[in-house]
Design a protein around this ligand. Structure first.
Ligand SMILES: Cc1cc2nc3c(=O)[nH]c(=O)nc-3n(C[C@H](O)[C@H](O)[C@H](O)COP(=O)(O)O)c2cc1C
Length: 373
């Protein structure tokens, strides 16, 4: 069914088909009983696989990555697909149009996307209105960024004002310093700038926790285009400031294995299958520094339960998907949850963290469990 729909949608320009798909989804969702039917189909044979990370309990470890529902307009229909959590945004303090079109390109032969959207979004206040109107059927993270026209030296102010605005409405907040499509944004990953940003955010988090009587964890979203020294420096700052999680990774500016692909020459961040190994290696290296003291949300090129398992073994505690969801459709969520649950059962473990810990500690046992599709 999704394959047929996809064949039709993929004939259109990528952004138009995205809009059409969401319009249809919203319409369907409003039909009486449709949401119940969608939930029943998507949760069919999908076991519950709860995990606790950042002090939050997620019904399963498979989340939607930031950027698909930038303005929190489709929370309810997206949750029907059985995601364990949704991350909305990136949202900036003020609305902004993003880059001129075209800015989204499908590299279908490689199950990949290049995008240079540039944080097109309705601004933090309208996002909150959308979120409040829809409610939160599952944990919702809000991903924040800086406005393009905010000068680099005022970046911290943008993150602070966005944090203040979204704090009371988020289950966690993700701090995006890794989009390649906002000039200078990735420089915030440099040790000195990152130190100042994390310090300011943690101080504000303490104030807001006191004010609202609730501690909302903050995760840092990093790029895949980092060398070993940069990864070590980021891990050091995250540990020093007791950041609550790291999301690894955003899209890459490199083009691994895409020399023959004309659309790979488009400027922007690459996601999907060609990003998978790169992001898994970042997770592995990050985990070697963090050693479980700070959780990792693994994202980049996940299109099967095997890919998700690989990221968990490399050090991730939760998984997110975006491009795989576009190519494979909603069934991917259930397929990953089911595949992970099978691995837990095959290992005779109580829950996913126990199965992952056991597999990380014993390579031969891991390869047996990996044999499950
Ligand atoms: C069209 C598009 C828009 C995106 N927008 C954002 C964004 O606004 N904020 C963000 O943190 N990541 C954004 N991302 C990155 C994804 O959240 C994710 O980190 C990346 O695509 C890797 O995962 P994937 O290979 O499963 O797509 C975007 C990705 C795509 C394809």
């Amino acid at each position: 069914m999704y394959k047929l729909l996809r064949a039709m949608l993929f004939r259109l320009d990528a952004e138009t088909s995205h809009r059409l798909a969401f319009a249809a989804l919203d319409l369907l969702h409003r039909l009486p009983g449709a949401s119940r039917i969608a939930r029943a189909i998507c949760s069919r044979n999908a076991p519950s696989l709860p995990v606790s990370v950042m002090g939050l309990t997620f019904p399963n470890p498979v989340g939607l990555a930031a950027g698909l529902d930038k303005n929190a307009e489709h929370i309810q229909p997206l949750s029907d697909f059985g995601f364990g959590f949704l991350e909305v945004g990136t949202v900036t303090p003020r609305p902004q149009p993003g880059n001129p079109r075209p800015r989204l390109f499908r590299l279908a032969r490689h199950a990949a996307i290049v995008n240079r959207m540039g944080f097109n979004n309705v601004g933090v206040y309208r996002l909150i209105t959308n979120l409040v109107r829809q409610g939160k059927p599952c944990p919702v993270g809000i991903n924040i960024g800086k406005n393009r026209d905010t000068p680099a030296e005022r970046s911290v102010d943008d993150y602070l004002s966005a944090l203040q605005a979204v704090y009371a409405h988020a289950d966690y907040v993700a701090v995006n310093v890794s989009s390649p499509n906002t000039p200078g944004l990735r420089d915030l990953q440099n040790e000195q700038d990152l130190d100042a940003l994390l310090r300011a955010l943690k101080a504000e988090q303490a104030v807001l926790a006191e004010k609202h009587g609730r501690y909302v964890p903050i995760a840092l979203k990093i790029a895949p285009d980092l060398d070993d020294a940069q990864i070590a420096a980021i891990a050091g700052r995250v540990l020093e400031h007791h950041f609550d999680a790291v999301i690894a990774t955003n899209t890459t500016v490199t083009r691994p294995g895409l020399a023959q692909e004309p659309l790979a020459a488009q400027a922007g961040g690459l996601s999907g299958r060609p990003l998978k190994t790169l992001s898994t290696e970042i997770i592995r290296k990050l985990h070697a520094h963090l050693r479980g003291r700070v959780p990792i949300i693994g994202v980049g090129g996940v299109e099967s339960a095997g890919d998700a398992w690989e990221k968990l073994l490399a050090g991730a505690d939760l998984i997110q998907i975006y491009t795989g969801f576009i190519y494979e459709g909603p069934r991917l969520v259930r397929e990953i949850v089911r595949g992970l649950a099978e691995r837990v059962a095959a290992a005779g473990c109580r829950d996913l963290p126990e199965a992952v810990a056991r597999a990380r500690n014993s390579a031969p046992a891991a390869s047996v469990i990996e044999g499950i599709s």
